[in-house]
Design a protein. Structure first.
Length: 263
């Protein structure tokens, strides 16, 4: 039988993670979080919500909750048009190293995709690639860099042979591709507090804000804006958008791909 919907839990999750849960998605909270109740000595989702409310984020039971609520679906070369654009047009000519952040990087496919592009394009400027995700479990997987065939479904054989070692039924990222990649657990909603301002040149935040309510999207805009250097870009997933046209970012359309630019 379903437990009653916990409004406290839904509110606390939305405030801390951005991820919005409606009462009609009760089954999701129920199925993902009920297994944690015993571990943390509480008897209902409402009690779990109160416990989370009293606990600073970044420690248990938050970390287990992040793992449980993370929808980590990802694959290599996803939304390829935006990726082509980054290397053909968006990254500036530069004599100093550049950095792209994958915000909500899941198990690393997006960061390693950028690393593959960096390699295929012979990009000459040192380009650091960073991934953050709420879920420590996803970050562990990203660091391991081991994937099943589903994650590689858009890659052709030559790309697979060049960048992966085939190991039984899985594919392992080759070591040279890990150069200048970094992964850490982190929250989009506290980016500006956790990292130096003006420290990145581009942000990919794809297939993440779709789970956020409108107010949280506004907060995310501020975090991204503080982090980006002048001229930097933000790309969301196709079909995702920001309130108020993303202001103060300026929207550009490149053959249908929307880019939010800090000018
Ligand atoms: C569907 S995956 C998208 C992965 C990748 N960006 C892509 O497009 O393939 C969404 C990821 O966003 C993460 N996420 C959700 N809210 C987040 C937040 N507030 N801060 C950091 N990561 C978050 C989830 O844990 C999940 O791994």
């Amino acid at each position: 039988m379903n437990r009653p919907f916990s409004h406290t839990l839904a509110r606390v999750l939305s405030e801390h993670t951005g991820i919005h849960h409606d009462p009609d998605r009760q089954y999701l909270l129920e199925s993902r979080l009920s297994p944690l109740l015993k571990t943390f000595g509480v008897s209902s989702l409402e009690e779990l919500g109160s416990l989370l409310e009293r606990t600073p984020p970044g420690r248990e039971p938050w970390l287990s909750v992040y793992d449980a609520i993370s929808t980590g679906e990802s694959y290599f070369f996803r939304d390829r048009q935006g990726l082509d654009l980054i290397f053909s047009t968006l990254l500036p000519e530069s004599h100093v190293p550049l950095t792209i952040l994958s915000a909500g990087c899941s198990s690393g496919e997006e960061v390693y995709t950028l690393a593959i592009f960096r390699n295929l394009r012979g990009f000459s400027v040192p380009l650091g690639l960073e991934g953050i995700d709420l879920s420590p479990g996803q970050i562990r997987k990203a660091k391991e860099g081991v994937y099943g065939p589903r994650a590689l479904k858009l890659l052709d054989r030559t790309v697979i042979d060049r960048f992966f070692d085939h190991d039984g039924s899985v594919y392992r990222i080759k070591n040279f591709l890990r150069e200048n990649t970094r992964f850490s657990q982190g929250n989009i909603l506290s980016l500006a507090q956790d990292r130096p301002p003006l420290s990145v040149d581009g942000i990919l935040c794809r297939n993440v804000v779709i789970y956020f309510g409108e107010e949280v999207r506004r907060k995310a805009i501020n975090e991204f804006y503080c982090l980006l250097r002048k001229g930097g870009f933000l790309i969301l997933g196709s079909g995702e958008s920001l309130p108020d046209g993303g202001s103060p970012f300026v929207q550009e359309s490149h053959d249908g791909t929307i880019v939010y630019r800090k000018i």
